[in-house]
Design a protein around this ligand. Structure first.
Ligand SMILES: Nc1ncnc2c1ncn2[C@@H]1O[C@H](COP(=O)(O)OP(=O)(O)OP(=O)(O)O)[C@@H](O)[C@H]1O
Ligand SMILES: [Cu+]
Ligand SMILES: [Mg+2]
Length: 758
């Protein structure tokens, strides 16, 4: 048996022609039916489908074909297209649709007005002499309404037909059925008026209802479309940040070239006030750079030789040269756009409910509408009342707002996050973040700068400078092999003391969470924690008092032993980030329990925790135990967020309900966290949590708005209140309510754009 390697490709398709969540369901079904498709998620708000498929079993063309067969359009959309502005096609298409809608609204609006005026005497039962009676001529009304019904309302029919072919029913089905019922009943009354009078019935027409409903729904759709364009504004803003050209130095010549032509390794010149075109490393010069558009951090950052610069950020005062390290779709900005787009296309768990409801909603509504008709006709024997109530039910029940409620807020919320330098991986993360009640902060690099420095150094053999330097040489040789931040600090210190780095380390071994050991000139050197030395049986008493003092001051002490004898200790201090104290305070104000976690010893940890105001500390946690510690917090019934630098804390970040990676400059892609803070500022954690709370509140409001129209509207439209109060719902009011429900949901979602942190 031959074994074929199975591969999975993930592609984003841009969809066209959807009018409600029912359409999204239909497309999702169609794509899932293609064999070779592993997973598919269709998002109505962002109008995109994320498809995972096996390229050996199916192709993109097949998938696109399936979407087209279902009656919709799908175009493939690459990251490059997105960044080079082909995404504007979406805007152009939207503009065209808006223009078409506007024209139809004018026509149907003016005609509706004439019809309503003409029907006023009949509707109100008043004698209105200024309205000429011929305005209420059935045939005139018929002539006026027909173009509204079949031209302005044409796409309701078209979409309803598409849905019907897919054995589905969408909001268009409801609108088409509802207005057709009103129109054709009126036509019947117009044609057979005499016959109806002979039968003792009053021939009534409802042309104005059909026309007004169509007008209102078109207005609703117009506003919906316009607002939807605004929800994706954040992404367009990000894309718009890109520079258009770069000033490269090739073969000693400086020339301006389009940004697409920049290659990795190119030398690029940046002058004051210019946009940095791509990502790279400074090779010459010095300047300050405003990175706020990417990191959300407003203070300009100093850049000198060796520092990384991010494309699309703005150079302030100085002028410098840098070498391009990432171009095209690999740049930080491009990756941010990709991440935000993915997040915007993802589904929040809270949406499942809405989706399920919309799935069976339309058929149920049609059933209720028929039942309404039958009951009214049988009980009241009045075909007119039966008909208008049925129409009212069909119109008010439209579930379109329900489909918009969650995704629009998610789009605005995640976009808002990106504006503040907060990348939220998915709608699910956004939803989970608001449930958090415990936040675990890593000490090194999260609360502190993560750049420790040696502050003290003593040995057991007094102050003979010679011997101290000899020992320092051994320590430094060993630490040179280690990648730990403490090790780097020790090496820097040794260099500053003019230590000669000659010598070979054999049998080097790093014991995570404990220290390092190795053999130099046949002597076994160990540098690490007291706990480790105690385990090895190395006596630490002689310097214990000194170490205690340092640790109480919040310094990390590392112990040095040669051939199983303690020979010295060294203290390293790491400065707190300036924002840490305020951030911890704010997190506690938000009602979160704040915990500090570190591999450092108890006393140092306690001292730092006290300085930043954290009551609960988990110290001496080995790297591999960090995830277990998160589990134990979760077992206490807590919803835990872990904040770390995302590299050595990865398992803990993954274990936590929400893993928040503190940015390490430009490595956004490697983090597997739920939320990434591009700037290393803890303030971002607060913003993220607040944003998630604001978004979820917004979603709940939206769901309320969306549900209330349907839930309250259907029984009223069916005439439940008629026996008690004599109330009926005029189909026109139903049309207005339904148009307004989508608009109110969108308007509410867009309010999120004004979100601001404490
Ligand atoms: N290369 C090293 N040289 C000296 N000591 C080390 C080295 N690596 C680890 N240690 C010792 O082990 C301890 C625990 O290290 P670990 O990496 O688990 O945590 P940490 O970096 O100090 O703190 P955090 O968990 O907040 O990042 C350190 O505090 C230090 O005392
Ligand atoms: Cu609708
Ligand atoms: Mg560490």
């Amino acid at each position: 048996m031959s074994q074929t390697q199975s591969r999975t490709d993930t592609t984003t398709l841009k969809l066209q022609g959807m009018s409600c969540a029912g359409c999204a369901n239909a497309i999702q079904k169609a794509i899932n039916n293609v064999s070779g498709v592993e997973e598919c998620e269709v998002n109505f708000a962002s109008e995109q489908a994320t498809v995972q498929f096996n390229p050996e079993k199916t192709s993109l063309e097949t998938i696109q074909g399936a979407v087209e067969d279902a009656g919709y359009g799908a175009s493939v959309y690459s990251q490059e297209d997105m960044m080079t502005g082909r995404g504007d096609a979406e805007i152009v298409a939207r503009e065209a649709e808006l223009k078409d809608l506007k024209r139809k609204i004018w026509v149907s609006g003016v005609i509706s007005l004439i019809l309503v005026v003409g029907s006023l005497p009949m509707m109100t039962g008043l004698d209105l002499p200024f309205i000429p009676p011929w305005l209420h001529n059935y045939w005139l009304q018929f002539v006026l309404t027909t173009p509204v019904q079949f031209w302005c309302g044409s796409h309701f029919y078209r979409n309803a037909w598409k849905a019907f072919k897919n054995r589905a029913a969408t909001m268009d089905t409801l609108v088409a059925l509802g207005t057709s019922a009103a129109y054709f009943y009126s036509l019947f009354a117009t044609l057979f008026a005499d016959f109806l009078i002979q039968q003792g019935l009053t021939p009534q027409v409802y042309y104005e209802s059909a026309a007004v409903i169509i007008t209102l729904i078109l207005v609703g759709r117009f506003m919906e479309n316009r607002a939807r364009g605004e929800t994706s504004q954040a992404i367009r803003k990000l894309i718009g940040l890109q520079a258009r050209s770069a000033r490269v130095i090739r073969d000693g010549e400086t020339k301006d070239i389009p940004i697409q032509e920049v290659e990795i390794g190119d030398m690029i010149q940046v002058r004051p006030g210019e946009k940095i075109p791509v990502d790279g490393e400074v090779t010459q010069g010095y300047s300050t750079v405003d990175e706020s558009m990417v990191t959300g951090e407003s203070i300009p950052v100093e850049k000198s030789v060796g520092d990384e610069v991010i494309g699309s950020t703005i150079n302030k005062t100085g002028s410098f040269q840098f070498q391009a390290t990432r171009v095209g779709k690999d740049t930080v900005l491009s990756q941010i756009v990709q991440l935000v787009q993915q997040a915007q296309g993802s589904k929040a768990p809270i949406q499942n409910l809405a989706d399920q409801v919309t799935g069976w909603f339309v058929p149920v509504v049609i059933a209720i509408a028929l039942l309404t008709f039958v009951l009214w006709f049988n009980i009241m024997g009045n075909v007119t009342l039966a008909l208008i109530n049925m129409v009212a039910v069909l119109i008010i029940a439209c579930p379109c707002a329900l489909g918009l409620a969650t995704p629009t807020s998610v789009m605005v919320g995640t976009g808002k996050g990106a504006e503040n330098g907060i990348l939220i991986k998915s709608a699910e993360s956004l939803e989970t973040a608001q449930k958090l009640n415990t936040i675990v902060l890593d000490k090194t690099g999260t609360l502190t700068e993560g750049k420790p420095q040696v502050t003290d150094y003593v040995t057991t053999f007094g102050t003979s400078n010679q011997n101290e330097l000899k020992l320092l040489r051994l320590v430094a040789l060993l630490e040179q092999q280690s990648e730990h931040p403490l090790a780097e600090a020790v090496v820097d210190y040794a260099k500053s003391q003019q230590v000669q780095f000659n010598g070979i380390v054999e049998d080097f071994n790093a014991i995570t969470g404990s220290g390092v050991q190795g053999t130099v000139s046949d002597r076994v050197v160990r540098v690490g924690t007291a706990r480790w030395f105690n385990e090895l049986g190395i006596k630490t008493e002689t310097l214990a008092e000194k170490a205690n003092q340092w640790e109480a001051a919040g310094k990390t002490v590392i112990w040095i032993a040669v051939d199983h004898e303690l020979e010295g200790i060294m203290a390293l201090a790491d400065t707190l980030k300036p924002s840490s104290v305020d951030a911890v305070k704010a997190l506690r104000t938000l009602g979160l329990e704040v915990v500090m976690m570190t591999g450092d010893n108890e006393k140092t940890a306690a001292s730092i925790a006290q300085q930043v105001g954290i009551p609960r500390v988990m110290s001496q946690v080995r790297p591999e135990q960090k995830a277990e510690q998160i589990v134990s917090l979760q077992q206490e019934g807590k919803q835990v967020a872990m904040v770390g630098d995302g590299i050595n804390d990865a398992p803990a970040l993954a274990q936590a309900d929400i893993g928040i990676a503190i940015g390490t400059g430009t490595d956004i892609a490697i983090t597997t966290s739920d939320i990434t803070l591009i700037s290393g500022d803890l303030q971002g954690v607060i913003t993220a949590i607040e944003l998630s709370r604001a978004t979820m509140t917004n979603i709940r409001q939206n769901l309320f708005f969306a549900f209330i129209y349907n839930v309250a509207g259907i029984p009223i439209a069916a005439g439940i209140l008629y026996p008690i109060f004599g109330w009926l719902l005029n189909p026109i009011i139903a049309g207005a309510a339904m148009a307004f429900s989508s608009v109110s949901v969108l308007t509410n979602a867009l309010r999120l754009r004004k979100f601001q942190t404490l």
